[in-house]
Design a protein around this ligand. Structure first.
Ligand code: DGL
Length: 272
């Protein structure tokens, strides 16, 4: 295994790019190969069997590129297929649940934590189980927010947008009433709604971004396993998608937080 091999990151669509942004910040010398399954998004409303099948196809595609680590930058995949990926992949694996839960337990002051995610993520109770394993005292309130994914994929994310505000209020009201002081953005699409969510929840509520925590955790794993790239020049990511690249081109800048030159290649994921 060469230290110069890339880190493979995948998501059901574009949400995982919010994690790529953090990987580029935390690990600028690492090459990222990203696969977004834009042809089959969303995963979060599908059955466990389908999500697992897709997750292994996505990981196999990345392994064909000799990646030295696989990251599921997707709350849904991490929740439903994380344990199986960890067991069967021949390279180190991380999802987003464990690193994010760890940070939330550290951040909360009143012990009340909200978790928002897709229906599959919330239905798996992955975050709740992990949080209560880390600290059995914490109270966890979960809320599925399926419309958030559509808002983000369509770029309807501005804090002043009436539709965004309405949907945020609809989903977040109960968590606010419960008095949570920390909210896990348990889906990698949700950091794009951070401002709108924060406006509604107030400054006292800490929002924990799963992409950011996962990048920090991946850096730790690579360091411990002596897998960090020894060539410290800054690398540019490579992007693959399973539907036409046009949608990707227009929305990628939003997720990455900047417009950057990039090439996007469309592949047939069913072939891998
Ligand atoms: N990015 C996915 C996640 O983190 C959500 C999108 C989907 O439903 O596929 O859960």
């Amino acid at each position: 295994m060469s230290l110069q091999n890339a880190i493979g990151v995948f998501d059901s669509g574009l949400g995982g790019l919010s994690a790529v942004k953090e990987f580029m910040r935390v690990l600028p010398a690492e090459k990222i190969i990203y696969f977004g399954d834009t042809g089959r998004v969303p995963y979060g409303t599908r059955s466990r069997e389908i999500i697992r099948k897709y997750a292994f196809q996505d990981a196999d595609f990345l392994l064909k590129h000799n990646v030295k680590m696989v990251v599921a930058a997707c709350g849904t995949v991490s929740s439903v297929a994380g344990a199986a990926l960890e067991e069967f992949l021949p390279v180190p694996y991380t999802g987003v649940v464990n690193p994010t839960a760890y940070t939330a337990v550290r951040e909360t002051r009143n012990g009340k934590i909200g978790v928002i995610g897709t229906p599959a993520t919330v239905g798996s109770h992955s975050y709740k189980l992990r949080l209560q394993k880390l600290n059995p005292e914490v109270e966890v309130y979960e809320q599925a927010c399926p419309l958030f994914v559509s808002l983000v994929e369509n770029g309807i994310i501005h804090r002043d947008d009436q539709i965004t505000r309405l949907v945020v209020r609809r989903y977040m009201a109960e968590l606010k009433d419960m008095g949570v002081d920390t909210v896990i953005l348990g889906c990698t699409h949700f950091p794009l709604l951070r401002e709108a969510i924060s406006d509604y929840m107030g400054d006292d509520v800490t929002l924990v971004d799963s992409g950011r925590e996962t990048a920090v955790y991946a850096a730790k794993v690579l360091k411990e396993q002596n897998l960090l790239n020894d060539d410290d020049s800054v690398k540019q990511p490579e992007f693959y998608v399973s539907d036409t690249p046009e949608g990707f081109q227009s929305v990628a800048g939003l997720f990455l937080g900047r417009n950057m030159e990039h090439t996007v290649t469309q592949i047939d994921i069913e072939q891998y």
